[in-house]
Write a protein that binds this ligand. Sequence first.
Ligand code: PEP
Ligand code: MG
Length: 575
Amino acid sequence: MSKKIEGIAASDGIGIAKAYLLVDPDLSFEKHSVSDVNAEVQRIHGSFDASIAELKQIQARAKSSLGDEEVAVFDAHIAMLSDPDMIKQIEDEIKNDKVNAEQALTDVTTNFAETLAAMKDNKYMQERAADVKDVAKRALSHLLGKELPNLASINSPVIIVAHEITPSDTSQMNKKYIKGMITDMGGRTSHSAIMSRTLEIPAVVGSETATSEISNGDQLILDGLNGVAIVAPSQEEVNDYEQKAKHFAAQRVEWAKLVDAPSVSKDGKEFEIAANIGTPADMDDVHKAGADAVGLFRTEFLYMDSDALPTEDQQFNAYKTVAESMNGKPVVIRTMDIGGDKPLPYLPLPEEMNPFLGYRAIRISLDRQNIFRTQLRALIRASKYGQIRIMFPMIATLDEFRKAKKVFMEEKQNLQKDDPKIGDNIKLGIMIEIPAAAIFADQFAKEVDFFSIGTNDLIQYSFAADRGNDAVSYLYQPLNPALLRLIKHVIDSAHAEGKIAAMCGEMAGDQRALPLLLGMGLDEYSMSASSILRSRSQMRDLTTGECAAIVDEVLAKCQTADEVEKLVNERLGNE
Ligand code: PEP
Ligand code: MG
């Protein structure tokens, strides 16, 4: 009998394949004394040799699918397994203490890793500590005769089943074989979810039980459209989902035809469907999706992918590349949103009890103005190459916006000494992601050029529910009438002052929300590039007047998110 596992629909699409459990086997062991130390030393050598052979094999397979940098990691691991100093220390412990190979391996490698991790100012060495642990785990798995999962070695279609998927996991994946992903942890706005959409891999997150209910090799159907996985499906279910997958693939082909089409409603009103990006490398996907704009450039990735603060010129080049590549279409660049869940190893920040409510984003920028000024100068200089708009994250009060604007004006005036009009066409906007700013939008609208509603944080703060904590993910309710009221107030406030209202949180690409946002008159919808064509297609079937009437009815009658969803579906004649 098949079994259903429910989670959060995180990335569209349907996958059917065998499960690949990305979970480490139990590598626990007992310490014991040995009489034949030579045999134990031989076991260590055997496990190191087997590990090296395995790594070489993985590396050879990975060469065709991964970049040089990812493949180089394996060289570093092989070198560690040949380190005479480490091997000698393990041999000495076995001989002197007469302990089993597992124990000596663990003691010595733990020691090595701790020494490296203690080099606080040396990020490179700290990362090597993680490598030592990885290598030790591999050797231990050979000593215990248990196989480790290995993403880079996957060479047939699978669905990844994991507790959580990290960026380093994704860097090892060959997209060709990954037909889907399901995780125990995470919500729709968690890292795994955003990443799966970028990679266009169907995904279900926050299932809580996937890794305990699914075994390696189980046949699986993964439905990323509805947030369900079916374990050991019947032939009938497989047939049914194959049809659904075909239908989805056909839809994709239809959507792809809209790549050069305008983003218009059925009654001919024009809107902007924009892309969220993290680095200039994302621009390929943006063009493939035919985005009308870049609605959010999360610049913190420039800071996170580097060993030191990026220089003005490094930043200038990144912003210029994106601006030029959009060829005059708007590019909204957000100043760095560091802190919270995005730490910087080279910028030590105080430990905080509540990092999401702490020292982050604009709060850091206004406090450490040298960092902020460098970024603003790079942005103003890059504005010569396209239509750059600057957006400040995590604005809570008007004072913060005024201070940020003042710093911007000072830097602009400095640069204008050499280049009189530089930066004059830059629009300044704010993220609306803190409830205080949303409530006070009518006043903000008098001073800013545009709003972009960051629903990932606005929902987390409005419902007091950590966006990464799956225990409270039920409170991620984009359709909750309380939130809809708040959003409508923000959009109306922008329009009352003739300003642009955009949204760049994940809600902007949510099919259930689009009719409501269109009905409220949201001007710009910024989302993962992979959602753009679907949204454009959906928009072309909706009439603004009809959607506005649905909004009025929803706000007058509905009390829960479920009621909202039901009413919208009824009015639009969806099933
Ligand atoms: C948001 O909060 O909705 C947003 C777009 O920003 P981020 O996801 O980077 O916090
Ligand atoms: Mg945010």
